[in-house]
Design a protein around this ligand. Structure first.
Ligand code: AKB
Length: 317
């Protein structure tokens, strides 16, 4: 049986598009999508799909053994905003799912893991501009703590057991297919949907909150590149800084206004403001650019044009 790829958390924002891309590259039958439920029917019906709870070691193990899965992309997680509401659930899901896949690799059931980290590993004591790869990481969110600790465990499993695990500290990701859920950077996706549907948006962050972001197409390319790179090119086994564009809610508002002149915005910061304030404004990703040739393509205006083009079709407007 040819070796297969398993995506855990495939119905989420990144998992949905990653599944489509990996099936394009490796063939539909070689990429098994899985999630805890069938909430994304397009994805469920587009190829092999299994219901798997990322916290259930036996379910992941059995799927790998029965299907000759050799690579896992672990995309299931509770993000920064939801994690603050359900701290123990975030810890339980984010850490135990990671241990399950690390242990499957340690026991030679699988050969390679992709596990996403995040800019949430940084905190208020981190240098805010052009944040270096190696710097102070004192996260103040539960999600950030799970990502920081997860990075340590990834490096540990690489050093002690030779587990081939690869990771990226994703910035906020902007996309038009599946909605993000429970993050602080979600405003930068919602704003496009509301602009197309209602020409107005009530933003939960302040107008001058600058955060690092990336368009989904670039984020998926980064993920595929790091996983295809030869093992000796991957010098960082915790997680790579990754950057593309940095902007504020006001910048994105002006970018949208070029296409929708009567678009209006209000700013009503909520509890997510303090999370955003604890994260960097921009990231130094030179190591990713050196080691596996990362290069982003979309700037803010190009991303806006692409988002609005697709959402106008989606909402028939
Ligand atoms: C979030 O906002 O929690 C995520 C992230 C930056 O990891 N999008």
């Amino acid at each position: 049986m040819s070796s297969k790829i398993l995506i855990i958390g495939a119905c989420g924002q990144i998992g949905t598009e990653l599944t489509i891309k990996l099936r394009e590259i490796y063939g539909v039958s070689n990429v098994i999508a899985s999630d805890i439920n069938t909430r994304n029917l397009d994805l469920v019906n587009s190829g092999p799909f299994e219901i798997i709870d990322a916290k259930n070691y036996n379910a992941i193990h059995d799927c790998c053994v029965q299907n000759n899965v050799k690579t896992i992309y672990l995309m299931a997680a509770l993000l920064s905003a939801t994690g603050e509401k359900y701290p123990m659930e975030a810890w339980d899901l984010n850490m135990n799912s990671l241990f399950h896949v690390l242990n499957l690799a340690k026991d030679n059931v699988i050969d390679r893991i992709f596990w996403p980290s995040s800019i949430a590993v940084f905190g208020p004591t981190t240098p805010i501009d052009n944040t270096p790869q190696h710097t102070i990481c004192e996260p103040t969110t539960v999600y950030g703590i799970t990502k920081q600790v997860g990075e340590r465990w990834c490096e540990y499993y690489w050093e002690k057991y030779g587990v081939d695990v690869r990771s990226i500290r994703y910035p906020g990701i902007i996309s038009h297919k599946a909605m993000p859920g429970g993050g602080t950077t979600d405003y930068a996706v919602e704003i496009y949907h509301e602009a197309v549907k209602k020409a107005s948006y009530n933003c939960f962050l302040a107008e001058d909150t600058e955060l690092p972001m990336v368009f989904m197409e670039d984020a998926i390319r980064a993920t595929v590149h790091i996983m295809q790179a030869p093992s000796d090119a991957i010098e960082i086994r915790s997680a790579y800084n990754l950057a593309a564009i940095s902007f504020t809610p006001k910048d994105i508002y002006h970018s949208i206004k070029k296409h929708i002149p009567d678009f209006t915005i209000n700013y009503n910061p909520d509890f997510r403001q303090s999370i955003a304030d604890s994260w960097p404004s921009s990231i130094d990703d030179s190591k990713a650019r050196e080691d596996w040739n990362w290069k982003h393509e979309f700037d803010l205006d190009q991303m806006t044009a692409e988002m609005l083009k697709h959402l106008k079709v989606k909402y028939n407007s």
